[in-house]
Design a protein around this ligand. Structure first.
Ligand code: OOG
Ligand code: NI
Length: 472
């Protein structure tokens, strides 16, 4: 007699991995534990105050478990391995972010985000990891000599061992792992992102740090580590106040759209600065000394409605306009004044209702037919990142601007290049959202027995169905 062993499925691996990383990070970075506590309090209070409205952009279970992490690697080969590990958990590369120009300080990386891409997979656990890789051939940052030493260093290290990669490949090929193998996979994967206690080569780290603290963090040590883990909150302004009350110094701003009376779109994030953690260093004379590094920090985010390309173009233009107006303030340019300007620009740019977003084709919404045959519209939550905010997060955690020679030509990098480096398709976030809309329209149309095109409408949240009636 044969029987099939049930496998731990990719989404279960993903949920367990997010938990395991969060537990590890909480043990090692106490301020993260405070952040989680405060996030849970805020979410509980928002749900108590707003009821079902609070869950329009994700159930409270999803939001409570929701995290994103960030990691940084050095080479296409390392990127390819990371993709295999995340592939085992049903996470795929989505979007291309070029942070080299998005920041005034020296951030020589390009990035993508690994995340689930199907609607039901996102609902099960939306864990995502913002993943950056160095561009050592970019002459604005690295000389030819430093590039070759950096590439030699990177190619001689091993971030992910053969057992971890073999388990990852099996999980992806077979659609999961048996219990014991799943546990081993989770243990090895979590360990791969822990902060290493190996002594740091002081001269090498220092040489890279003079060019870019991010380059030193990636290429100055022989391992990688998760550099932050971000819970989601339903009210990021309230979280900011409560963290500050608890004596934790947050960065000056909440990044992304301002707090205003209209619909929340995209992503609002804030963070606390990296903490100095004790590390050992090997000096040029071979001595081992104690010092510290600031490489791990905490961040929190509130997510809003995903914008269409048209909506996103408006957002990008609004960000530029806020900068332009804020620059005119000169000395009076406080964070508060900047937020006031941002609100003013938002009121000129975005409608104050969800229906307004639909009418101007600015946001993504799905459509569902209820049991009594009513068609309702639900916003799609933004699952991705913002390059400008990401650059701000990098920047707020640098002790030093580094150096960047703007007279040199940039090394060309784009989504296709990234896809080649990873060895997998890179998904376009806009296409993924549009696909969700289309799938919901087709399902709704089938239930109502009408053509999908007839359902795209611009009326209020709940619309009575027409005389074709519900077929349910
Ligand atoms: C990644 C920063 C980007 C975000 O939330 O925008 C990011 C990093 O610091 O490596 O995580
Ligand atoms: Ni982040």
């Amino acid at each position: 007699m044969t029987f099939e062993q049930t496998l731990v499925e990719p989404w279960q691996l993903r949920a367990a991995f997010a938990r395991s990383l969060s537990d590890m990070y909480g043990r090692e970075v106490p301020a993260y534990t405070t952040l989680l506590e405060v996030s849970h309090e805020v979410n509980r209070d928002v749900v108590a105050a707003q009821g079902a409205d609070a869950e329009r952009l994700g159930s409270i279970d999803r939001v409570t478990a929701e995290r994103h992490g960030a990691i940084r690697v050095g080479t296409p080969a390392e990127m390819n391995q990371v993709a295999r590990i995340f592939g085992a958990m049903g996470m795929h590369p989505v979007g291309f972010y070029d942070l080299r120009d998005a920041s005034s300080s020296s951030v020589p990386v390009i990035s993508t985000a690994f995340r689930p891409i199907e609607r039901d997979e996102l609902a099960r656990n939306p864990f995502r990891v913002f993943t950056s890789m160095l561009v050592p051939s970019d002459r604005r940052f690295f000389s030819a000599d430093l590039q070759s030493r950096l590439e030699r260093f990177l190619s001689s290290r091993t971030l992910f061992g053969p057992e971890l990669l073999a388990l990852a490949d099996r999980a992806e090929a077979e659609g999961g792992l048996p219990d014991d193998d799943a546990l081993e996979f989770l243990r090895l994967a979590t360990a791969a992102f822990e902060l290493s206690r190996e002594p740091v080569d002081q001269a090498w780290y220092g040489e890279l740090e003079a060019v870019s603290a991010v380059a030193a963090d990636i290429g100055g040590v022989a391992s990688t580590h998760i550099n932050h883990l971000t819970p989601r909150v339903l009210d990021v302004d309230e979280l900011y106040r409560r963290m500050t009350d608890r004596g934790i110094t947050m960065i000056d701003a909440i990044q992304g759209p301002p707090l205003w009376e209209g619909p929340d779109v995209l992503l609002r994030q804030t963070s606390f600065r990296a903490l100095a953690e004790p590390r050992t260093f090997r000096t040029p004379s071979g001595e081992i000394v104690q010092d510290s590094l600031r490489v791990r920090f905490g961040e929190v985010e509130a997510r809003g409605i995903a914008l269409t390309r048209t909506g996103r173009a408006r957002y990008d233009a609004a960000v530029v306009e806020v900068d332009r107006r804020a620059a005119r303030l000169g000395e009076a340019r406080t964070e508060e004044a900047r937020q006031e300007i941002a609100r003013e620009v938002w009121r000129e740019t975005f409608p104050t209702t969800e229906s307004g977003l639909v009418e101007a084709d600015l946001g993504y919404f799905t459509y569902e037919v209820s049991d009594d045959g009513e068609l309702s519209r639900e916003p799609i939550v933004y699952e991705d990142f913002l390059p400008r905010s990401a650059a701000g997060i990098f920047q707020s955690n640098l002790t030093d601007e580094g150096s960047k020679d703007a007279s040199q030509a940039a090394e060309e990098r784009d989504a296709d290049w990234m896809s080649g480096a990873i060895g997998r398709d890179l998904f376009d976030p806009f296409e993924l959202y549009a696909r969700q809309v289309q799938a919901s329209l087709e399902a709704a149309a089938e239930r109502l027995g009408v053509a999908p095109e007839t359902l795209v409408t611009t009326s209020p949240t709940t619309m009575p169905t027409t005389s074709h009636g519900a077929q349910a």
